[in-house]
Design a protein around this ligand. Sequence first.
Ligand code: PAN
Ligand code: ZN
Length: 398
Amino acid sequence: MYKCVIFDLDGVIVDTAKLHYAAWENILKERWGIRHTSEVDEKTKGVGRYACMELILREYRIDASLEEAKAAADAKNAYYVELLKNELSKSDILPGISEALEWLKCRGILTGLASSSQNAKIILNKLHLTFDYIANPANIKKGKPEPDIYLDVAANLGVKPSECIGIEDAMSGVASVKRAGMFCIGVGDAKRLQEGDKVIKNTVDILPLLQEIMGELQDWTEGFTWMFSCADGRSVESKPIRRYLQDMTDMYEAAGEGNPLIYEYYPLEAPADSGDISFGTTILYPGNVNGQLFMTKGHFHLDVNTAEVYLGIKGRGLLQIENEKGDTKLLTIEPGRAAYSPKGFAHRLINTGEEPLVTFFSYRADAGHDYKTIYEKGFRELVYGDKAGTYRVKKNPK
Ligand code: PAN
Ligand code: ZN
């Protein structure tokens, strides 16, 4: 149901409050000889640069011309940017945020940033964080508490507001998320943020809460599960095994760049007994290495005479199968269609589409895995992607 999580920046991802405070303090003292107070500072949170200046002038009853005010706001910002550049680092990311972002990305859930800060890009660069979309506050007509910035992120990511969760620490931010028609997580004081759908004290609580909300709502029609129910009534969460390009470089014809995540799988290994079956979920991401489509490593089972079945849940792709005699096939995998790798056949998944290919697999628990043969030689056919979303098959020279 939820496809996207949108974050506020200050107070949620990073705490720049101290730096803002120091910058305002400096400017107010220098220009008007005024001592900045934490009460006024609190009211400036989540408010854009010039709106902040107006608020401060009002609060301290400062009489300034429009030019003076603008110049002071710009000077405050210049000072603040200096502080950001000199004092901000990865260690300033608030606790639990990196883990939450990683968790969302691994599940193909979109991430967005809805910050009123014109300095968001500088901050994210310093923190080495990326998002699927970052709103540009200069293009947003009405700031928080109006919903515009959150609606902008949703529109640019192609999701409905009802499919988004917004995370905020300020009252104006919570109001903005709610007016946008999104589910709101407030981080901070429960009373102050009571408009939020759920309020947690601390950023470390974000990931468990997201897991609770999204884990509950994930079901087969959403295309993915890593929670399995057991006969004894327990729910078991399977731990993912992740394969990056560098784990399988020699398997692609040409060396690729970087180290993207290619696939992850959530196996629920039953005891290695012939009467049991192991099963789980594989997510193979879309992409290619110099045109060769993303694929899993692939393997024979150690007991060659064991079959396996894959069921397509989401996305499109192929189950490539091949036996020692050289019989080789590419079986279509799509939602609702099962593909069978008969006994004696090695198998691998290939993603021919543009979204993650999610499958459920099941095989005899004592089958074992033999990766060596495929790792060294590969399958007889290599599958390349064409722009039109179709694929091309090449003979494997190995
Ligand atoms: C699957 C695969 C899973 C990952 O569980 O193990 O999709 O692919 P590789 O094992 O080829 O890396 C399976 O076929 N088990 O037997
Ligand atoms: Zn297998």
